[in-house]
Design a protein around this ligand. Structure first.
Ligand code: MLT
Length: 430
């Protein structure tokens, strides 16, 4: 998915003529990127709308970026506070830590979240899944071919472009050359048919999916692992929304699938688990079995990236992570997720009651709504809804050409805002 964001002219802070250029060539890969990153562009449009309509300031409700809004619960917070307080004591103070994370946190992740399917040494603790995706790209280098779901979280495509893996964007298809776009549509249950696509070195798969909200079944994942094995591809599995899975028998980790240890990497995050979007804590699992073509363990190279270009996640934040995984913390996480899933249900039911085809929102915090043709393109629909209802959404096209014709609604808003947004949408769209 080329994250299609219309090109916006940058407003120089001082007249362009006064800016002297240095003698450094611009990295040509950055010139290939169209427009800005999706979420800042949404923010820019919201700001522009409010500049033109300042009286609407207090009416804006965001169902846009998937940013958590509920406060961090008490027990987990006490972990963060405890981590900070320790730094003020002689005995508790610590400086640089292990670049791959505190051993007790790695052990606890392996034990509590993976029930021992993976070992502590295979867990790399970090400042988040998005940052780890870029680090994985740095490790893979410029020569690999990546495959992405279309639509997909824009980071996979944009980082592939930055790394020089792709050609220019094709203005007809809005797809970058040298990326394999795997269509994910309502017809295929938003799960890609990798077998029918050209082989890729790296396959990015997100489940529960951002933006479609589809959670892959065990059968689908078994097939994907089998295909990656046959084709010699590495599967990068993004499980950032795993705790939203409430349906029985839907895998929360790719490592629940037999054989995944030979082909898969999993990226994950505390952001949506515990309201850590601003706190920053995530992890990546690289099994010892996973080896590059020359036999080098992938884990070794990722360890080299982490130890060279990262100094480890904040020790305060890792103390918060430890608290998340205590029984009290896990209970608090469940309550938080129930709250957001309650919002997703309200959004789903509202959009269905208006008469739209609605996907996701059951095992995921995102609701993906099929737009009627009469609303025009998804950027037009985004703008119309913003102007008519002051509700911020995300146009499907922002997640790649396959997202055109859809709108994504995020359930990460306070309950009363979700209810109010639904009232307004009902009035405006019926
Ligand atoms: C989203 O809205 O898709 C996510 O919040 C973005 C992210 O987690 O980086």
């Amino acid at each position: 998915a080329s994250a299609f964001v219309p090109q916006q002219p940058l407003t120089p802070r001082s007249p362009a003529t006064s800016l002297a250029a240095v003698g450094v060539e611009r990295n040509p890969n950055f010139a290939k990127l169209i427009g800005g990153y999706l979420f800042p562009e949404i923010g820019r449009r919201r700001t522009q709308y409010l500049e033109e309509n300042p009286e609407m300031k207090d009416r804006v409700i965001s169902l846009g970026i998937g940013d958590t809004t509920q406060p961090i619960p008490e027990y987990i917070l006490s972990g963060l506070v405890g981590g900070a307080s320790k730094l003020g004591t002689k005995e508790g103070y610590s400086g640089y830590g292990n670049e791959a994370g505190m051993l007790d946190l790695r052990e606890k992740i392996a034990d509590k979240l993976y029930k021992g399917i993976i070992a502590a040494e295979e867990v790399f603790v970090s400042d988040g899944a998005k940052c780890d995706i870029m680090r994985l790209q740095q490790m893979f280098g410029a020569k690999v071919i990546s495959a992405v779901q279309d639509p997909s979280y824009p980071v996979y495509v944009d980082t592939s472009v930055m790394m020089g893996q792709t050609g220019e964007i094709d203005s007809e298809t809005n797809q970058y050359k040298n990326i394999v776009y795997m269509p994910c549509t309502s017809e295929n249950g938003f799960f890609p048919d990798y077998a029918s696509m050209p082989r890729a070195d790296i396959v990015y798969l997100c489940s529960p999916n951002n933006p479609t909200g589809a959670a892959a079944t065990k059968e689908q994942l078994v097939e994907m692992v089998k295909l990656c094995k046959e084709r010699g591809s590495i599967l990068v599995f993004d499980a950032a929304y795993a705790p939203f899975i409430r349906s029985k028998d839907v895998p929360k980790s790719i490592f629940e699938i037999e054989g995944a240890r030979d082909v898969a990497i999993e990226v994950n995050s505390f952001s949506k688990y515990a309201g850590f979007t601003g706190v920053r804590l995530g992890w990546t699992v690289i099994p010892n079995n996973l080896k590059f073509a020359d036999g080098t363990p992938v884990r070794n190279d990722f360890n080299r990236v982490m130890s060279t270009a990262f100094n480890g996640a904040s020790n305060i934040v890792q103390a918060g992570g430890l608290a998340c995984l205590d029984d009290d913390g896990l209970k608090e996480i469940d309550t938080l997720i129930d709250y957001y899933l309650g919002n997703a249900k309200i959004l789903r039911e509202t959009m269905e009651s208006i008469g739209y085809d609605v996907y996701g929102g059951i095992d995921a915090p995102y609701v993906f709504v099929k737009l009627p043709e009469s609303m025009g393109g998804s950027w037009d629909a985004f703008q119309t809804i913003l102007e008519k209802t002051q509700v911020v959404t995300i146009p499907g096209a922002g997640f790649g050409p396959g997202g055109e014709g859809y709108l994504r609604l995020s359930a990460f808003a306070p309950r009363d805002s979700v209810i109010e947004a639904c009232e307004r949408l009902k009035k405006a769209l019926v």
